[in-house]
Design a protein around this ligand. Structure first.
Ligand SMILES: [Ca+2]
Length: 260
């Protein structure tokens, strides 16, 4: 039905479907640190994309995917279509990406190997190694910040691409495992926790979780639209508009949300 509508009508329709906020109470959630947000726009997203990483650089959106024929691409936000694209060698399962100093950094899952590409040409210019699995990737303007599915976040020097320091993420219940896709936003690290609908706000110095965004309501609606949809796994922040773009594996939509 959506495909027969013109795009603006489809967006209004989608927006009405998703016009909700993170205020809705979730059973196991402490209300005190629940961060409210508002969905301000809904964009189409490639329903075949097994999203593993999402990043914005100077208003341009980049996505990485996993599974067979993993790819990284620049994505047209309005249409959800990929423009510039690199398909990985079939031995590699793509994971998080981030963009810093005109380079795209990408992790792979179990190959202990990361790639560095020239942002303009998408030419691979370097490979680097790390000991554990590769999950999420972001940066704080100086260092890369990486997750590996544990409760640890690793700060990597961009020259040596080695770990400079590690912080363990914890909340009132102890260590918080399964940290996945990352985004650094105004001094805090935001991480989605694998197999939950939460994006956690983390103090990068102490590792303490200081807030949570609950995307359960969006997840339920996404799964109603596409039963094949998997977990939330894309978080990108556009500084100028202070907008967070959120999507997931095989999600038919991406959501622009603003903190309240
Ligand atoms: Ca990200």
């Amino acid at each position: 039905m959506l495909f027969k509508m013109n795009l603006p009508v489809a967006f209004v329709f989608l927006l009405s479907l998703f016009a909700c906020s993170g205020k809705r109470k979730s059973e196991s959630l402490n209300e005190e640190n629940l961060l409210p947000y508002t969905v301000v726009k809904v964009f189409p997203h490639d329903v075949t994309a097994f999203t593993q990483g999402l990043a914005v650089d100077q208003g341009r959106l980049f996505e990485s995917t996993g599974q067979e024929n993993s790819w990284i691409a620049e994505v047209d936000i309005a249409s959800g279509t990929q423009t510039k694209k690199v398909v990985l060698d079939r031995n590699f399962f793509g994971e998080g990406i981030t963009i810093l100093n005109n380079k795209v950094y990408q992790l792979t899952w179990k190959n202990h190997t990361g790639f560095v590409y020239d942002l303009k040409t998408f030419t691979k210019i370097r490979e680097f190694q790390y000991p554990g699995e590769g999950w999420g990737l972001t940066h704080n303007g100086t260092d890369l910040i990486m997750s590996d599915g544990t409760a640890n976040l690793y700060f990597l020097d961009t020259l040596s691409l080695k770990t400079k320091s590690t912080v363990t993420v914890k909340d009132a219940g102890g260590d918080v495992r399964y940290l996945n896709e990352l985004e650094f936003i105004e001094g805090y690290i935001y991480a989605n926790q694998w197999q939950t609908n939460y994006i956690l706000k983390i103090d990068p110095v102490t590792g303490n979780v200081v807030g949570k965004m609950d995307f359960s309501t969006l997840m339920h609606k996404i799964q109603a639209m596409n039963p094949e949809a998997d977990v939330l796994n894309g978080i990108a922040y556009e500084k100028k508009s202070k907008t967070l773009l959120v999507t997931g594996k095989r999600w038919p939509a991406a959501f622009a949300v603003r903190f309240q």
